[in-house]
Every structure is written in structure tokens, then in C-alpha cells.
Design a protein around this ligand. Structure first.
Ligand SMILES: Nc1ncnc2c1ncn2[C@@H]1O[C@H](COP(=O)(O)OP(=O)(O)OP(=O)(O)O)[C@@H](O)[C@H]1O
Ligand SMILES: [Mg+2]
Length: 230
């Protein structure tokens, strides 16, 4: 199998249930998922259908009830939390609807936090150069010393995109990245995300409610009743 076809993520028969009062409710029911190197996939589905739950399972942030999950052919079950965290850092970068930036810090400091953890062996100059490079890529160089709370939603999401990419992961998981933005910013953010993903040859899993946005990815999946519709 050449590297183009290698599955970065391969999940088979994935199941996940949650306790709801006295009942156990199955959210993900025997679902298969595969993501290849450089591939982009969008996931749509009603609110509550389990899209975020599925991303949590695929990224090892939540554990499976049943099924098998591999990252680059390696099973991630039974890994220690610290091993899994450190593997995840170089494997998946996250962009969320609510940005999840550290509010008391500047744009620069938010990126520094991630880069410092991701690049333990880099010296300060190298980290600084990397942050500058990514601030340029998301067109925020002039805002680097601004506190993130003073930024618009679109600008916050651009910081989050830079943060997701700065540790050079193979994959970006974007969970409704435009969910808190107006139409114009949504379009700008989607275009920026797609262009950076393509330029940096990342794989992408994009959760979106917008079918027009989903059309821009290689594959579109629709989650319903715990599995993908045909
Ligand atoms: N930790 C949890 N404990 C109990 N129930 C949970 C938990 N996480 C998710 N759920 C339930 O699982 C279902 C799916 O939630 P999830 O957040 O994955 O949906 P979603 O498709 O991402 O929805 P949205 O489009 O609104 O973001 C919901 O009914 C939710 O309440
Ligand atoms: Mg969700």
C-alpha cells in the first residue's frame, strides 16, 4: 500500500452509548470510518445525531464501547493516556465552533502555548519563527499582541486554525468551525481552512450543517441513527 492510500484513521464497528437517566442510549451504532492521507471528508447530520461524539471517538478523546480503531495501522486501544495525548498532538489538530482560545492571553501567547508543548526541542527563536509564519498564513500578523477577547469571531477562528496547524499534524478535525460566525465570515473561514489544508497536504474531517460547504470536500457522509446513510 503506498502512502497516498494508507489509512490514517481506520475505525470498524464503532459503538458508543451514553447513560440517560435509567436508560442507555446508543449514539454510534456499528459505524465504519476510514480517512486516507490527504483526503477530506465532511460529516453532516441533525443536531444530536452524534457528530461530535464520533470525532471524540476517532481522536481517542472518548473511549469506544465496541469496535476497533487504528491510527496508521496501529491500534490505539490500551495505550496509556499520556502516550495517546502525545501521539494525538502530532496527529490531529482541532478547530471548534466556540474557538476554545485562552481568553486572558494574546494571539501570540495562544499559539506559543501550543507550539511550546508540541516542539519541546525547539529553541525560542525557532518557535518565534514558526508562530510568525502561521500568523502570516492566517493574515493576523498585525494582531499578534492583541488579547484574543478583543478579536472578532472570524479573527478568533483564524487564531484557532493557526493553532491547529502549528504542530504540523497530519489531520485537521474541524467541528462546525463556522457555527458561530455570520455568513460572510463563515465563507472566509471555510476558504482559508480549505486552502491551508490543501497547501499543507493535511487530511480534513469537517463537521458542518452547510451542504454547500460540504461539497468542497472529497467525500460527504451523513450521520443518521448512529451510522452513515448510503
Ligand atoms: N458525555 C455525554 N453524556 C451523555 N450524553 C452525551 C454525552 N455526549 C453526548 N451525549 C449525547 O449524545 C447525543 C449526540 O451528541 P453530539 O454532541 O455528538 O451531537 P452532534 O451531532 O454533535 O450535535 P450538534 O450538531 O448539536 O453539535 C446527544 O443526545 C447528546 O446529549
Ligand atoms: Mg456537535
Amino acid at each position: 500500500m503506498n502512502s497516498q492510500n494508507e489509512s490514517l484513521i481506520s475505525g470498524k464497528g464503532l459503538w458508543k452509548s451514553f447513560q440517560s437517566g435509567d436508560d442507555e442510549v446508543s449514539i454510534i451504532k456499528g459505524l465504519d470510518f476510514s480517512l486516507a492521507q490527504g483526503e477530506s471528508i465532511s460529516i453532516m447530520g441533525d443536531s444530536g445525531s452524534g457528530k461530535s461524539t464520533l470525532l471524540n471517538l476517532l481522536s481517542g478523546l472518548d473511549c469506544l464501547d465496541k469496535g476497533t480503531l487504528k491510527w496508521k495501522e496501529r491500534s490505539i486501544e490500551n495505550l496509556s493516556t499520556s502516550t495517546l495525548s502525545s501521539m494525538r498532538r502530532s496527529f490531529i489538530g482541532f478547530v471548534f465552533q466556540s474557538f476554545y482560545l485562552v481568553p486572558d492571553l494574546t494571539v501570540y501567547e495562544n499559539l506559543y502555548l501550543s507550539a511550546k508543548i508540541g516542539y519541546k526541542d525547539m529553541n525560542q527563536d525557532e518557535i518565534h519563527a514558526r508562530i510568525s509564519e502561521y500568523l502570516e498564513k492566517v493574515h493576523l500578523k498585525d494582531r499578534e499582541q492583541h488579547s484574543v477577547v478583543t478579536l472578532s469571531g472570524g479573527e478568533k477562528q483564524r487564531v484557532a486554525i493557526a493553532r491547529a496547524l502549528i504542530n504540523d499534524p497530519l489531520i485537521i478535525f474541524a467541528d462546525e468551525p463556522t457555527g458561530n460566525l455570520d455568513d460572510r465570515s463563515s465563507k472566509e473561514i471555510l476558504e482559508l481552512l480549505l486552502s491551508l489544508v490543501e497547501m499543507e497536504e493535511k487530511s480534513l474531517v469537517l463537521v458542518t450543517h452547510n451542504p454547500n460547504f460540504a461539497q468542497h470536500t472529497d467525500k460527504q457522509l451523513y450521520l443518521k441513527n448512529g451510522t452513515f446513510e448510503d
